[in-house]
Design a protein around this ligand. Structure first.
Ligand code: SF4
Length: 429
């Protein structure tokens, strides 16, 4: 999908003295509806009802095509211009679809009304609809709303909007000093289980995950809550938690051995655990993961990688590739550079790397062609043209569909970057 704006400029970030190229032009991104693919897997008692157009339905069905084999927990209520002859009719229709869905699926505990960008949908007040329907279906089901619109978002912002809506529903936990750690950001269940074990090994047992298997799990949020982000694209969610008085634990993101170690160290330190104790508890996992990375270090060392802005995972992944695998970064693009969240990763990035925020896709493609990287990490829309020009690519969306966090997954994460290079080498022979 192509979107347009203008205005390009370079400026120096005062905190890091690092030059950041800020671009606002045509950009190629998927919209926030895409996040439903991994959110609905994480919360098996939730249902995502997209209020959208036929385009939205096509996007979801192709992004989550595998669900054709299972009973899907998402659907699109298609609204067309003619449906808006009267908004009252559209609301009646929406109520009818929600009632029908809940009657058919009694296991649903949370139903998300997901807004989209067609003009017909923007005219509907989904927040009011969610309140109206919540009153009707409480206490068994709660109805929340958020926007997955593609007007000014990139696809991971769908998760951000969804989790921010969930944070706003958490009961308050006003008491100071309740030592609870909240891990925020969708993690595959296998990674959540590993992280719970590791937290327990460093002496943290009061740990909650948002989201978790139960979409209505009733933990509170308030001044006694300290939270650590597992995904770097959760700016709105982080602000929603801060408004409740919760405190962010700044840390690099848990990608690779170094990022994971520092992430657990930061969580431990926030609860008074010494770095030495945390390191010693993590040592067996750290050492095993470092060893597993060795073969990828050989494959990736000296390779040149160009990141197009897409998932917002780009800065921490670039940090992992540069510091742990010896990759040379030609440009690290990201849709948004949220420094309050990314500061620790940015400090670890090599200082001579060109960071860019936003996109002017033609100019960026020119820079990529000039750099001739060994690998470009990009959205699906750019992958085929770049491959046709002889540049190997990695789809950034894959990094959201695969378990990539933590020690056990560090080698798998490296493999995701090494595989396309290996394939290109094989094709050359
Ligand atoms: S929300 Fe907008 S960008 Fe996304 S699929 Fe629907 S119409 Fe397209």
């Amino acid at each position: 999908m192509l979107k347009t704006a203008d205005n390009n400029h370079a400026s120096t970030d005062k905190n890091t003295e690092r030059k950041v190229l800020r671009e606002r032009g045509q950009r190629e991104v998927f919209c926030g509806l895409t996040s439903i693919v991994w959110l609905h897997r994480k919360m098996p008692d939730a249902f995502f009802l997209v209020i959208g157009s036929r385009t939205c339905a096509h996007l979801l069905q192709s992004a989550a095509g595998v669900m054709i084999f299972a009973e899907p927990r998402f659907a699109t209520a298609i609204i067309e211009e003619k449906d808006l002859a009267g908004l009252a009719d559209a609301n009646e229709e929406l109520d009818r679809v929600v009632n029908q869905t809940l009657a058919r699926r009694p296991e649903i505990r949370t139903l998300f009304l997901v807004g989209s960008c067609p003009s017909e949908v923007i005219k509907l007040d989904l927040q009011r609809a969610a309140q109206r329907l919540s009153m009707k279906h409480a206490p068994g089901v709660r109805i929340l709303n958020y926007s997955g619109s593609g007007i000014e978002t990139t696809f991971t912002q769908g998760e951000d909007a969804c989790l921010a809506a969930m944070v706003n529903q958490l009961p308050s936990a006003e008491t100071e000093g309740i030592d609870r750690l909240l891990v925020v950001g969708t993690l595959p269940d296998i990674v959540e289980d590993q992280f719970r074990r590791l937290f327990s090994e460093i002496g943290l047992t009061e740990v909650e995950f948002l989201p978790c298997q139960s979409s209505v799990r009733n933990f509170g949020a308030g001044p006694g809550t300290r939270y650590i982000l597992a995904q770097p694209f959760l700016g709105d969610t982080s602000q929603a938690l801060a408004r409740r008085g919760a405190q962010l634990i700044p840390a690099p993101f848990p990608f690779g051995v170094e990022g994971t170690t520092k992430w657990f160290e930061a969580a431990g330190a926030a609860f008074g655990k010494s770095i030495l104790d945390v390191r010693s508890a993590l040592a067996p996992y750290h050492n095993r993961a470092s060893k597993a990375l060795e073969r990828y270090r050989e494959q990736l060392h000296g390779k040149r990688v160009f990141f197009f802005p897409d998932s917002q995972l780009e800065p921490p992944l670039a940090r992992f590739l540069a510091r742990e695998l010896g990759v040379e970064l030609t440009e690290v693009g990201t849709p948004y550079l949220n420094k309050s969240i990314l500061s620790q990763d940015l400090e670890l990035l090599p200082t001579d790397v060109l960071l860019s925020e936003g996109q002017d896709v033609d100019r960026q493609l020119d820079r990529c062609r000039a750099a001739r990287p060994d690998l470009a990490v990009c959205g699906l829309g750019l992958a085929n043209p770049l491959e046709a020009e002889g540049i190997s690519t990695k789809w950034s969306i894959e990094l959201l569909f695969s378990p990539v966090h933590g020690f056990e997954q560090a080698a798998d994460l490296a493999e995701l970057f090494a595989r396309p290079l290996l394939r290109a080498e094989t094709l050359k022979v």
